[in-house]
Write a protein that binds this ligand. Sequence first.
Ligand code: NOJ
Length: 533
Amino acid sequence: MSIVGRPEWLTTSVGYEVYIRSFGDGNGNGVGDLPGVLQHLEYLAWLGVDIVWLTPFFPSPMADYGYDVGDYVGVAPVFGTLADLDLIVERAHELGLKIVIDIVPNHSSETHPWFEASRSSIDNPFRDHYIWRDPGPDGGPPNNWLSHFGGPAWTLDRTTGQYYLHLFLPEQPDLNWRNPKVRDEFLEILRVWLDRGVDGFRIDVAHALVKDEQLRDNPMLMSTEGITDARYLFACMDHAHDLTQPETLEIYRSWRMIADEYDAALIGETYVLDAADLAAMVPGDGLHVGFWFVPMHMEWTADAIRPTLSRATEEVSDRVGWVQSSHDESRPVTRYGGGDLGRRRSLGLSVLMMGLPGVPFIYQGEELGLDDGFVPADRLTDPVATRNEGSVGRDGCRTPMPWGPGANLGFSTAPDTWLPVGHGEESSVAAQLADPESHLHKIRALLSIRRKLIDPTERSVEWLATPDELIAFRRGNHVYVLNAGAEPVEWEVGNMMRCLYSSTGPLSDVAVSSVTLAADQALILGPASAGVQ
Ligand code: NOJ
C-alpha cells in the first residue's frame, strides 16, 4: 500500500527516547522533570537526533511511573507545568528538533474521573468507558486473560460485583475502544496537544486497543509450569483475542486524518513479534511507524540477526521503528555480553539499523554505551519486580543519566535520587565528550554519516551473500556489513569500494575490493570515488 501523507520530516529522522524521570532533574527533588529536559535539548541537537520522544508527563499516581494517566491534558506537578512543556516545544523547534509525546490510550489510571464515575454504579453514563463483566461461572474472572504485570487481567470491584479488565496493573483499567464516546474523547485529546505545538505521538500499547467483542479465552501456547516471571507467563498465551484485533486499525485511520492536518507523526508501540503481523498493524493509512521489538530479544549470532532485520524490512519497509533499547528492557550492552564486548555489539547493530529504511530510535544512555545500572534489591521500584516474586523488573535500564562529575553525576542536586545513579563517572557525557574515541563520539559520527548518505526514497535493500558470520546489505550506493562472529572474517565485496565508517579501529581511505572485519566490527562502504567522511 502506498504511504499517504507521511510527514516529510519523518522520512529522514532519527528518534531519541527521553525517560523523563531519569534524564535531568531541574528542580533538585531527585526526580527528572521537564525543566531538566529543557536544559539538555542542546545536547540532543549536538548529538544529531531529530525527534525527541518524551515519556508520559501527565498527572498520575505513578503506579506505573506515568503510564497510569489521571488526566490526559495536564502535567504532573512532579514533572513541572504546561508552561515548561511550551518552553520545550519552542526551544526544540528553534533547534530543529521535533517533540513527540507519549499518549496512553489502552488504559487510564484508576484515579481518572472517567473510571471513578464508571466504577460507581452499573448505570453510570461512564460505565461503558471501561470493560466490565460479571464473574465467570465459578465466581472467578470472566476469562483466562493475563495481565502483562502478573496475575489475571481482571479485578473484582466490590461496589458493583463485576470485574474490570486491565492488561497491566489493576490501577490501569483498560478503556473500552468499542465505545464511540471513548474514541471521541481521544480525538479531542490529540487536538489539545497538537494545538499546543507537539509534532506527534508515541502511542503506548498501540496494538491492543480493541478487544474481542465476546471476550473469548485465549488459547495457550505452552504450559506455564515452573515459569515465575510475569512477562514470560504472558508470553505463554496466544493473544488471539486480547491483542491485534483488526478493528484497532479503524482507530488509527481516524487519528491519521487529524495528524495529517498538523503534519504530525503517529508512532506505535506495536509489541507484535511477527513481521507480517506488524505489517498488518501498520498498513500505511494509520500509524506511520510501528516499533519492531524482536531485536531486543535476539541472540548475538548472524543467524539470528539477519532474519530479524530482513523480515521487518521486507514486510514493513520504511514504516519500521528500529529499536534495540527502551525503558522496558535490559540494555543491549548488558544483553550482548556487557562491558566493551556489549558496547561493540550494540554499536555494530546500530550501524545496520541506521542504514535500513525506517526510523531508528535511540534510548537515552544508549549513545553512551551504558549497561544496566546497578540497583540494590531494597531500592527496586518497578511494580513488575516488587509485586511478583521471581520477575525481573525494569529498574536497571531506568537509572539516572550520567552527565558529568559531581553529585549524582550531574543528574540532580538532591541528596538522593528516585533510583540510584547506577554508573561510574567514566561513562558520563562529560567524560566521553573529552575522549574522541568514545562510544558517544562514534554514535554521533554514525548519525552524521547517516544524514549525508541516506536517500530516504530508496526503500529497496539487497541482502548480500557473505561468509556465515557476516550480515550485509546494499542500499543505494552503500553497503553495510557487520561481523557477528568471534573471529576476524575476510569478505570479497565484489567491486572496489571505500570505507566510510568503521565502528571499531581506524578508518583507511584506500579503495578496496575485499575487507577484513574484526569480531563485532561494522563498516559502511561507499563507491570508490566517495571521500572519507
Ligand atoms: C509500555 C510502556 O513502555 C511501559 O513502560 C508500560 O508499563 C506499559 N506500556 C503499560 O502502559
